[in-house]
Design a protein around this ligand. Structure first.
Ligand SMILES: Nc1nc2c(ncn2[C@@H]2O[C@H](COP(=O)(O)OP(=O)(O)OP(=O)(O)O)[C@@H](O)[C@H]2O)c(=O)[nH]1
Length: 214
């Protein structure tokens, strides 16, 4: 196996329009003084060693500014076709990983609006994904947390392409083509508290998170 494959990649997906948030891009909104995407990236600093950011071309300068001097190497995987949803963002981010580290590279994917993502859970999901294509938390026996999960870059990107080509909107659809491990919430919560899965959609949620951080 090539040494490249031993890198632990992070993918932060940020190509959404933040419509519930209001006029600004939540990815770069300063959360208690630090852009939200930078908070997410900083949480990943020790558990990963390379970062791929998925966003639209028009977001890139502001995001690059937010990630200025990030200690790990950063690459951008821009959406050619914007607004295809989070699954397309995962696909495009993982193609970026594939281009950097090959199809077998493992990546932890997280949404840009999850500022409390827990590094211990990141490490655990990498471990669980080791001999598989993916390790995905499932909450309440029902909800797959596909935007906080570990994936093998090539197989998951291919599965997302297939699902998108089939017009499959459900973000879990690609999983069913893969050898994936489910991490139930009681198992995940041995490594993290529930805030790891919290995502910030509205100004109210943002302000509540600021109060907790402040
Ligand atoms: N690349 C890409 N990423 C997306 C897209 N839609 C959502 N995302 C990302 O997926 C994650 C979860 O999406 P949401 O919480 O719905 O974020 P959002 O779409 O910006 O917000 P709303 O417009 O309020 O739904 C976030 O990290 C978004 O940036 C998209 O069309 N393309």
């Amino acid at each position: 196996m090539e040494a490249e494959e031993h890198h632990r990649y992070a993918v932060v997906i940020a190509g959404g329009r933040s419509t519930r948030f209001g006029d600004r891009d939540k990815a770069v909104a300063p959360l208690a003084g630090t852009p939200m995407i930078r908070r997410v990236a900083d949480r990943l600093l020790d558990a990963t060693d390379r970062l791929v950011v998925n966003c639209r071309p028009d977001q890139r300068d502001a995001i690059a500014n937010a990630l200025d001097s990030y200690p790990n190497p950063v690459q951008y995987a821009e959406d050619e076709d914007p607004d295809l949803g989070p699954m397309a963002g995962i696909r495009t981010g993982l193609r970026g990983v594939e281009g950097w580290g090959g199809p077998d590279a493992l990546a932890f994917v997280v949404a840009c609006d999850m500022p409390f993502v827990e590094p211990s859970l990141v490490e655990y999901l990498f471990d669980r994904a080791a001999d598989h294509d993916a390790a995905v938390p499932r909450l309440d026996d029902e909800w797959f947390q596909t935007t906080q999960a570990a994936y093998r870059a090539g197989p998951m990107a291919d599965a997302c392409d297939d699902a998108l080509a089939a017009g499959e909107g459900k973000i879990i659809a690609p999983l069913f083509e893969l050898d994936y491990v489910v991490v139930e919430d009681d198992e995940a919560l041995e490594y993290a508290d529930e805030s790891t899965f919290e995502n910030i959609n509205t100004e109210e949620e943002f302000e509540a998170a600021e109060r907790r951080l402040g």
